[in-house]
Design a protein around this ligand. Sequence first.
Ligand code: 3EB
Length: 338
Amino acid sequence: MLANTWLAPPAQTLEGGALSQVYLSAEQAIEVPSGQSLLGVMEHAGGISKDQRHGDVPTALLTMNALGGHASREVWLTDQPVRYGTLGEIRYARSDNLLFGVGRYPAEDLEQVTYQAYCDLTQLVHSSEAGRLIRLWNYFPGINEPQNNLECYRRFCRGRHNALTRMGSGLSQDLPAATAVGSSAGDFWVIFLAGKGACRQVENPLQMSAFHYPPIHGPRSPSFSRAVRYSSPGGDLLFISGTASIRGHETVHGGDLVGQCLTTVENLRALLKQAGTNDSGPWGNRVSWKVYLRREGDFETVRDFLEQTLDPADPILYVTGDICRSSLLLEIEGLVHL
Ligand code: 3EB
C-alpha cells in the first residue's frame, strides 16, 4: 500500500543551496523545518476557491482535484534564506542560487496571455541574474477547446515559442523541463524554477524531441526538454517533464487507459536510462511522481497499475487535469533525487 508513504519527503542530506519538494494534505499545516525556507506552494483545491495564500509565499491555487484523499499540495523548500517579491503578475521567492515564481494571468486570449507570461518570466530570470530556467508548469482551463479556430494548447505553444524567440532563448537547447495541463476553470497559472548551476538536457530515445514535432500538432512546436538534470550544491536532481503515451511524435493507444499506462511507464524508464540514473532498486533512486488524469473515474485503475509498477516507497500525487491531446488520458511527471 502506498497510503502511509504519501507524505514522506524523499530521504536526502543536501547542503548549501539544496532544493526539496514535499507532498502534503490540505489538513496538514506547512511546517517549515528550521534552517529551511519556503519557495512556493501548489494547491490542488478542486472546485473550492478558498484563497490559501501562505503570506508572501508564491502560491498557485489550481482548480484541479487531488485524488485518493491524501496529498493535495506540493511544497518547495530550500535550505537558504529567501526574499519574497512581486513583479507584475508574478510572485517570487529568491535565494542566492534559486528563483521560484508563480504567475497568475486572466485566461482570456491564451496565446496573448502565454506570450505575456513568458516575456515577463524570462525578463525576471535575466534581470535578477537567477541562472537559467530549469522547470516550468503551465495550468489553464479549456486546453482542448478551440479559440479563434485553433485549440488552446496549440495557441499556448505559439505564444510560448514567440515569447522565447523574442527574448533570445534557445528553442532546442537549454529548454526547461515542463508540464502543460488543463485545469477545470480559473486563471492561467505558470509556475517556474530557475537556478544557478550545471544543467543537462535529456531527451527520450523513444520519443521525438517535442521542439521537433511536425506541424500536424500545431503551427509552433512545444518548447520543452523531456528532462533536465540539475546539479544543485547538495546533489543532483532530475526534473522529468510531463510524459504521456506518445511514440515518436504520435499518440499511441488513444482512448485505451491500460495501453497508455504501459507506454507511459516505458517512456519513463527509457528516459531515466538515458539520464544515467543508477539501477539499484526498481527505479534506482528516490522519485516523487505527479500523475494527471483526464477522468476522475480512472483513478483506481491507474493507482492499481502504478502500485504494481513503480517503487512503493515513492510518493505519488494524483490530480485531475486535461492532457494536451484529446485522446490522451494520463500524463506522469517526476522528480528524481540522484
Ligand atoms: C508530449 O509529450 C505531451 O507543452 O509544455 C508534456 C509536457 C506535454 C510538456 C508542454 C506538453 C508539454 O507532447 C504533452
